[in-house]
Design a binder for this molecule. Sequence first.
Ligand SMILES: C[S@@+](CC[C@H](N)C(=O)[O-])C[C@H]1O[C@@H](n2cnc3c(N)ncnc32)[C@H](O)[C@@H]1O
Length: 250
Amino acid sequence: MQRNIYRDNNKENKQNHIYESQFVKDLFDKMSASYSKMNYITSFGFSERWRRQCVEALSIQQGETIVDLMTGMGECWRYILKEERSIEQLIALDFSGEMIKRAHHKKTAYPDQGIEILKENVFKNSIPDHCADGVCSGFGLKTFNEDQLKALAKEIERILKPNGRFSLIDVSVPSNTLLKTLYMLYLKKSIPLLGKLFLGNPETYKMLGVYTEIYQNSKQVKHIFENQGFQVEYVNYFFGCATGIKGRKL
Ligand SMILES: C[S@@+](CC[C@H](N)C(=O)[O-])C[C@H]1O[C@@H](n2cnc3c(N)ncnc32)[C@H](O)[C@@H]1O
């Protein structure tokens, strides 16, 4: 028993570096050129649908201020910025220079929308207190460890107005044994191979499987957000291949 605990701690220590900001930033800088394609492939083409569902769960209203954390190159924007209901402002944050460069390019497609792009670490950001009606994040949770998820919950609580809503999603390990076996085989074996084709570097894409396997699903995130005082609902997307939470600040 004692030995198992030691082995687990040892494994955890060895993996600590994968949650360091510089490591994650470098990873996404390297992946930025092929990220959109690979994200689509890794989710069997479901990523767009899941993003849309995640943003729709926010029920965005005309004139609201929305914050998109870990925005990447603005993959969620098309669901936030709708012609039929203009929002007051979209604040989009990410710390990867390469992802942000592409987000700036995407911004040119929305000349009439108030989009503020912040190249900042979410744990040291300049977003004002209580400014947002809604906070969303697409696939930005799995690269955080437990302490960072707790810090994220605090940040979202600081940023949101009273009664403000949030909706967060990430890729997960489904609980169905067959689906789980197939999905993890796909993430751990096929994706690095595809990464090699696109990037010549299977190691980078191997990390998606590594993070997902540790993340498992959003149950821990739900618990953390409840402890932070939010009203939280757990959301399963396609048999748990992605999971998330949505809710409001009380
Ligand atoms: C998997 S991508 C998600 C991009 C996009 N939201 C989407 O829907 O595809 C995760 C993003 O989170 C960003 N990220 C990770 N940790 C961060 C942190 N501490 N602060 C800011 N951005 C971070 C990465 O740079 C990366 O662009």
